[in-house]
Design a protein around this ligand. Structure first.
Ligand code: NAD
Length: 432
């Protein structure tokens, strides 16, 4: 796991708990509710044995953490990552609870993962991992219990294998068990674009609130995966200019930033990007992009920073490199900002659209997919993206209004709304 200080291993769960403690204080939350919401309700940790292509047995470690389901079935993605840890999964599960609550969808929070690197696994081996993961938790997940989805390095194909395994075990069709499926196999139109578009819907509202015309703004983006690609597409379509985008180079095990002052072209870059979001350095250079060290994305002279890669990327150290021109940080990734960097941004008066609000478009559309799958009736793409815009815009204004009224930092306001809603559901159920 990357380090925040260079010496201490970064622990996102500690960050998530620190954020929660801070809001619990703001809300003057009672001791029982604090104790309940500070840790996950349920955790599953298990082994997944698979037969590799060479015929050997390999045993991988898998996780599912259900943080809270007071407001509805838990919901959250499954990540395949070589540095996955139980604490990362716990943090992400907790953030899912707040995310579903802040956009007011009737779901709780969960997250899953497998310690593995799909770069080094054949399709058959990946199928084995997907089916093995479902076998370990088949009785603890389902449309009315806990609904998984894709996340970092997991794809719609992985979701179909998981759905097939779950349906085989349970002996009936149940496409509402999992979301992020391909269209035509229970997937929703608009899901691919949803997270990136959702980030830009909230960004559009933030710019309007600050009185900044979108077509006069510039942005720098970290990451070029699912979230980033569609965020760049919509932001550019609305007239904004992305001057730099970075991505991870798997061969060199480092990141690069691809810079073009008159604006990067997402569609052009997608043609030279691998399925994991890695941009081909040589091809980008031949298309006229300046290739810089990956960490330089943060120092661009822009109005908007959009971290959309991984957690722990904007740190106390590199936040000092952020240009004074930056007015908005829209957190596309989960947990991209460490508490130290957050304090710096707060001091400087940067308008932060916190992760669990900014990137809630994914789970909102997953919820739409779940609803459609359960009905076995599917909406048009315009219908889905229209509903998404309404939900994200509404959620943004709920948070921005509270921030204004109570003079709160945006992250705090989003937390106050989310934690209050979950705490109320726990009280209504008589849990606390
Ligand atoms: P992805 O795997 O599709 O893309 C990740 C991108 O980040 C890739 O382009 C990769 O090259 C890049 N990257 C990795 N390490 C990097 C580094 N050190 N420097 C620069 N670039 C780096 O993932 P995604 O689905 O786009 O998710 C990105 C983030 O958004 C994650 O934090 C994820 O949890 C969060 N998120 C995703 C969704 C979703 O619907 N996909 C929803 C909500 C939140």
């Amino acid at each position: 796991m990357a380090t925040a200080t260079g010496t201490q291993p970064y622990n996102p769960y500690e960050t998530a708990q620190r954020q929660f403690d801070h809001v619990a204080d703001l809300l003057d939350l009672d001791q029982g509710t604090r104790a309940l919401l500070r840790v996950p309700l349920r955790e599953y940790q298990f082994s997944i044995p698979i037969r590799t292509d060479s015929g050997a047995v390999r045993v991988l470690r898998g996780f599912r953490v259900q943080h809270n389901d007071a407001r509805g079935p838990s919901k959250g993605g499954i990540r395949f990552h070589p540095q996955e840890t139980i604490d990362t999964v716990r943090a992400l599960a907790m953030w899912m609870t707040w995310k579903c609550a802040v956009v007011d969808i009737p779901l709780g929070g969960a997250k899953g993962g497998v310690i593995c690197d799909p770069h080094n696994l054949s399709a058959r081996e990946q199928e084995g991992i997907c089916r093995g993961w479902v076998r370990q938790v088949a009785k603890n997940v389902g449309p009315t219990i806990d609904v998984p989805a894709p996340d970092v390095m997991t794809t719609p194909q992985h979701m179909v294998w998981m759905m097939d395994e779950w349906e085989t075990i349970h002996g009936h069709r149940g496409p509402g068990f999992i979301t992020g499926k391909p269209v035509g196999m229970g997937g929703s139109l608009g899901r691919t674009e949803a997270t990136g578009y959702g980030v830009v819907f909230t960004l559009r509202e933030a710019l309007a609130q600050l009185g900044l015309p979108i077509d006069k703004t510039k942005a720098a983006v970290q990451g070029f995966g699912n979230v980033s690609q569609y965020a760049i597409q919509l932001y550019s379509k609305m007239g904004g200019t992305v001057v730099s985008v970075s991505s991870w180079d798997q061969n060199e095990q480092t990141s690069y930033a691809f810079r073009r002052p008159d604006g990067v072209d997402a569609a052009e870059l997608m043609k030279i990007t691998d399925p994991f979001g890695g941009i081909d350095k040589k091809k980008a250079a031949s298309l006229g992009y300046e290739v810089k060290p990956g960490e330089d994305w943060i120092a661009e002279d822009v109005d908007i920073l959009l971290p959309a890669a991984l957690e722990n990327q904007v740190t106390g150290e590199n936040a000092k490199r952020i240009s004074p021109r930056v007015k908005i940080v829209a957190e596309g990734a989960n947990g991209p900002t460490t508490p130290e960097a957050d304090a710096l941004l707060k001091d400087r008066g940067v308008f932060v659209i916190p992760d669990f609000l900014a990137n809630a478009g994914g789970v909102t559309c997953s919820y739409f997919e779940q609803v459609q799958s359960n009905m076995n009736h599917y909406w048009t793409q315009d219908e889905v993206l229209g509903k998404l815009d309404v939900k994200m815009t509404h959620a943004f204004h709920d948070v921005a209004e509270l921030a204004k009224c109570r003079k709160l930092y945006m992250r705090d306001a989003a937390y106050v709304i989310a934690v209050s809603r979950v705490a109320k559901a726990c009280r209504d159920r008589g849990w606390v």
